[in-house]
Design a binder for this molecule. Sequence first.
Ligand code: 3HC
Length: 324
Amino acid sequence: MSAPTLDRPTDEAALQQRFDATIAADRRIEPRDWMPDGYRKTLVRQIAQHAHSEIIGMQPEGDWLLAAPSLRRKAILLAKVQDEAGHGMYLYSAAETLGADRADLTDKLIEQKQKYSSIFNYPTLTYADVGVIGWLVDGAAICNQVPLCRSSYGPYARAMIRICKEESFHQRQGYELLMTMMGGTEEQRAMVQDAVDRWWWPSLMMFGPPDDDSPNSAQSMAWGIKRHSNDELRQRYVDMSVPQAQFLGVTLPDPDLHWDEETGHWRFGPIDWAEFKQVVSGNGPANAERIRRRRAARDDNAWVTEAATAYARKHAGAVTEGAA
Ligand code: 3HC
């Protein structure tokens, strides 16, 4: 009797059925499990974009490491920027469990064949930007990423649990910095307001295009990769941020922002989707600089990668020999 093979159509149908049942029961898909090609591709796309965002996201704040106003602020910022590197590493590891190659993903980022978050293409002009990135950008990241802790792909969901805990610290350090500045001089308060004016709209864009212009949402939600639509999360974020802005004493730069008694939501004005498209297609204020630096980091540090790879190979060889 011949051994069963997995490439027979009937086997494929059974595997698909088992996959569908796992998703329907809200259990996790693991790397060893069969999965449809589209599911794997969507995950690699989203996880890679997410990992790239963490790594590129180190740049705007990293710019302030040497100019932090005190040792305490420097230590906090350094810890935060290092956390972002760690997030990138967990996420690249999650992508590797799907068969992706980390170096290949990095090349695709540098060749601009894969995206990273639009938000990191804006410059950080003053130290208040560090606080506002913590409050608004990390706040948006938390809002978007907490539901990903229940994502249907196990390694991604588990990576997100730790990432979200650290993002929570990031948001608090930002808000604490802003509270301190708002209790300072008139000039410091003006710096905070100016940073809020520049970052508010780009942070709303982080959630992605509106639902009726989001080609991936429906399928990603059916697969349990995403748990909520882009617009749902954006609204949740606005509802969360308005009271925080009021407590802080800043004005959000939206003349249409108002409380809607009937729905119990803060309603906001139109988002400039033309700007979003420009930034995502590589024409934002800092896209070229972000990619130039990422390319330089890859090329200048190639010797470290080569040495680490050679060491890992040698070590793996020694382990195999020992086992023999
Ligand atoms: N910036 C850049 N590209 C974006 C984007 C954004 N803000 N929002 C959407 N896009 C891209 C999508 O990747 C997709 O591109 P593709 O089909 O060519 O690959 C296209 O625009 C259409 O958007 P969709 O809504 O159909 O795409 P998704 O279903 O993937 O939803 C998403 C987009 C909500 C960002 C989703 O991918 C997601 O939740 N990703 C995980 C979280 C993430 O990547 N966050 C990035 C920020 S990381 C961060 O904030 C770090 C922290 O330290 C601050």
